[in-house]
Design a protein around this ligand. Structure first.
Ligand SMILES: NC(=O)C1=CN([C@@H]2O[C@H](COP(=O)(O)OP(=O)(O)OC[C@H]3O[C@@H](n4cnc5c(N)ncnc54)[C@H](OP(=O)(O)O)[C@@H]3O)[C@@H](O)[C@H]2O)C=CC1
Ligand SMILES: Nc1nc(=O)c2c([nH]1)NC[C@@H]1CN(c3ccc(C(=O)N[C@@H](CCC(=O)O)C(=O)O)cc3)C=[N+]21
Length: 297
């Protein structure tokens, strides 16, 4: 048996296309384009790559991209001042501060300073609270992207056993909230979970967000289950000096058992960026008071 491959890259391209198709109507109604500000502190190479692909995708969708780069010597006060300036700037609908920040900076304080209505990452406690109680807000891009792939594949998720491995504020916890809101029976596993393999074996849906290369083995997967691999791990490649990306799931093994599985790369990663554009488009409509049909995006 061989699992269907869930093509996140193709789904994400479709979502970006939908966003791009809605932008002209927003421009006509609001007299400006939706705007996304991305803040990058320091020179981390992986972060630079992400920020560049976000910029490219934003511009391709017809939206305004404002990039702000600060040196890694930037102080907390300088970063907070920039965030406050972006909060006050009416042409900015979404603000994303690329994480992780250099160690001397306080991420929590930075995120708390972002206007929750511009928090298109969905990291502010106000948005985490809105998600927890079922109010409209902004949902973190990666778990929302995972949910879109799951619903596209499975339709109604109610009653399914879902296991989320990882309990971070940006992936695991909001993923569990979303699955709960879809009426799944949700288990959240983490580094202290006992008999993780047995917990995973009960799951109709497995979302792995751990950060450990190929930790989830094929024989942990219930036959026919849907496997969403959030992990992005850079490991040594076949040739010396080269690296490759692998997920948190042992892909080849798991693909022999699962019903469907996301690859790495080409699975969840591209969805994260597409959902960021989607969240920015929604923020622009809400902020400008331009109506957006509920099922438009
Ligand atoms: N595709 C994308 O767009 C994105 C991908 N990622 C990737 O997803 C992965 C997770 O990211 P993130 O949530 O930020 O990571 P964190 O490091 O914040 O969280 C990892 C979680 O995994 C748990 N964990 C660690 N070891 C084990 C173990 N042996 N068994 C079970 N659980 C374990 C931790 O448990 P505990 O809480 O007990 O320590 C923690 O809850 C990373 O590979 C990251 O690169 C992240 C964001 C976006
Ligand atoms: N404020 C903030 N918001 C984020 O959403 C955020 C962040 N900080 N910091 C880092 C993580 C990670 N993240 C990814 C985005 C795209 C891919 C992606 O496009 N991955 C491609 C491959 C990219 C490659 O080849 O390196 C893929 O999986 O196919 C991966 C990971 C967003 N993050």
């Amino acid at each position: 048996m061989s699992a269907d491959i869930i093509d996140g890259k193709a789904y994400a391209a479709g979502l970006r296309g939908k966003v791009a198709a809605i932008v002209p109507g927003f421009r006509a109604a609001a007299g400006r384009a939706p705007g996304l500000a991305v803040v990058l502190v320091g020179e981390d190479p992986a972060s630079q790559v992400y920020v560049r692909s976000k910029h490219k995708a934003t511009v391709e969708a017809g939206m305004e991209s404002f990039e702000h780069r600060l040196p890694d010597t930037a102080t907390q006060d300088e970063l907070l001042a920039l965030v406050r300036r972006l909060n006050a700037d009416d042409t900015v609908d979404g603000i994303l501060v690329q994480l992780p920040l250099p160690g001397h900076l306080d991420e929590n304080e930075v995120i708390s300073t972002i206007d929750p209505d511009k928090d298109v990452d969905g990291f502010h406690v106000v948005n985490a609270g809105r998600l927890a109680v079922g109010q409209h807000g902004y949902v973190p891009c990666t778990p929302l992207g995972c949910l879109m792939l799951l619903k596209d594949r499975l339709g109604d998720l109610s009653g399914l056993n879902a296991v989320v491995i990882g309990r971070s504020n940006i992936v695991g916890k909001p993923m569990a909230q979303l699955l709960l809101a879809e009426s799944c029976t949700v288990t959240i596993a983490h580094s202290r979970t006992k008999d993780l393999a047995d917990v995973v074996r009960r799951a109709d849906i497995v979302v792995a967000a751990v950060g450990r290369p190929e930790m989830v083995k094929g024989d942990w997967i219930k036959p026919g289950a849907t496997v969403i691999d959030v992990g992005i791990n850079r490991v040594p490649g076949a040739e010396p000096g080269k690296t490759k990306l692998v997920g948190d799931v042992a892909y080849a093994e798991a693909a022999g058992v699962a019903g469907a599985i996301t690859p790495v790369p080409g699975g969840v990663g591209p969805m994260t960026i597409a959902v960021l554009l989607r969240n920015t488009l929604v923020a622009a409509h809400r902020r400008a008071g331009v109506p957006l049909a509920k099922d438009a995006i």
